[in-house]
Design a protein around this ligand. Structure first.
Ligand SMILES: [Fe+2]
Length: 410
């Protein structure tokens, strides 16, 4: 029997630079680290829109720049391997990821494994991979997000898709934290409304699930300090980040969708996303994310849309076990809950999420994403396997509870 946990730790990118125009300082940052060559990891569409050029404008000519623009949404092993092979050809001092979560994930792994002879799959967590320890490489990694959603710029993880198994797996290590995250809201003004909406709802879900995940001291203490799980449970520190994230996103997401050039809204979304990312990568997530992976894996729906559709029903299911948490969430979403009976608090918070999602054009149910009633038992079974997320959920789920919530979200 283990003693209860009494200690938490907290980690994020080594340095974070935030603000409109922050990307203009990339050149100085590279020069200060004596970097002579960089490999930019991005996708070809972002290159066509000129965003990559904008982000690289400050890089002085004496720094040798090579570009890998083969990142695709939900990148598979092959994308990771070819980015690493490109790094092998150029031997860069730093890898600079520019783009959404996929580009940043590939950049982080490319930097860490640039000198490794092993295959990427060996670093994936078991049972799919071997769970090899990610090396502490000398190659620096800079993450420059151009969406506001995933929080990859401040996280120690990367997601790898295995499409033939309809599965996503993760590589996780403290050596995957970027050395520098540069969050420049101006790089997000060209994001189309639909992507602003779905990535924004993903960030909101990160904040809400981080704020309601189980506390760190509900877990057993590890035998060794290094054995603490990545998702250690919520703490006073992660709560601060999550609360402010919910408030910022609730106040700006609709404006950012309606008018992409609203720089103040873009700034609040970028900051809210960053804070939500810091909160959940330390605290953990919950059942919304657990259910979203099988749903998105089978139906190829965007991650942000999938979590947005599931979140209100998970709130309804969870609310009785964490009323004070959902009351605070409701308030942060702009609801006046004075005098509202505890029994209705979760419902009000769920409705607040639903109306925000509806206002920004998110589908209203899983059936619109292609999920039929007959799919529900199989999706529930697959969700039950994602215990690393379910263990953080404030209320326990039996198989039939998962089925009920999935059916309610249809
Ligand atoms: Fe997410």
């Amino acid at each position: 029997m283990h003693d209860p946990e009494t200690v938490w730790d907290f980690a994020t990118a080594d340095r974070i630079k935030f603000g409109t125009g922050a990307s203009e300082e990339l050149g100085d940052e590279l020069a200060d680290r004596d970097i002579e060559s960089i490999l930019v990891v991005t996708d070809d569409q972002l290159r066509e829109t000129g965003t990559v050029e904008t982000a690289l404008e400050s890089v002085p000519e004496r720094i040798d720049v090579s570009i890998f623009d083969g990142v695709e949404p939900d990148p598979g092993i092959a994308v990771y391997e070819s980015a690493i092979a490109t790094a092998g050809e150029h031997a860069p001092d730093a890898v600079v990821g520019i783009g959404g979560g996929s580009s940043l994930d590939v950049a982080k792994v490319t930097g860490a494994l640039a000198d490794s002879d092993r295959e990427v799959l060996e670093y994936v967590a078991p049972p799919v991979g071997d769970g090899e320890a990610v090396p502490d490489s000398d190659v620096r990694v800079v993450g420059i997000p151009t969406t506001a959603g995933t929080g990859s710029e401040s996280s120690p993880a990367a997601v790898v898709s295995l499409p033939d198994r309809e599965l996503k797996v993760g590589i996780s290590s403290r050596h995957l934290f970027p050395d520098l995250a540069i969050v420049d809201p101006l790089l997000t003004v060209t994001l189309p409304p639909a992507i602003t909406a779905s990535s924004g709802m993903d960030a909101l879900t990160h904040a809400i699930e981080a704020y309601t995940t189980r506390r760190f001291d509900t877990k057993p203490a590890p035998d060794r300090a290094g054995d603490r799980p990545d998702y250690g449970g919520r703490t006073e520190l992660t709560d601060m980040y999550a609360e402010r994230a919910i408030e910022l996103i609730a106040g700006s997401l609709q404006r950012a969708v309606n008018n992409g050039s609203d720089v103040e809204a873009r700034r609040d979304m970028s900051l809210g996303t960053l804070l939500a990312g810091i909160a959940f990568t330390n605290a953990g997530l919950g059942a919304t994310h657990a259910m979203a992976y099988p749903v998105a894996g089978e139906n190829h729906t965007p991650h942000g849309v999938t979590v947005a559709v599931l979140l209100p029903e998970v709130i309804r299911y969870n609310s009785s076990t964490a009323v004070d948490r959902y009351a605070r969430i409701g308030e942060l979403l702009g609801e006046d809950l004075t005098g509202v009976d505890d029994r209705y608090v979760g419902e009000r918070a769920a409705i607040a999420v639903e109306s925000l999602a509806t206002d920004i054009g998110i589908p209203s149910g899983l059936s619109e994403l292609g999920v039929d009633s007959e799919d529900v038992p199989r999706l529930a079974e697959k969700t039950e396997e994602i215990q690393r997320l379910l263990v953080g959920n404030p209320r326990r789920f039996e198989r039939e509870d998962l089925e009920d919530v999935l059916e309610a979200a249809r």
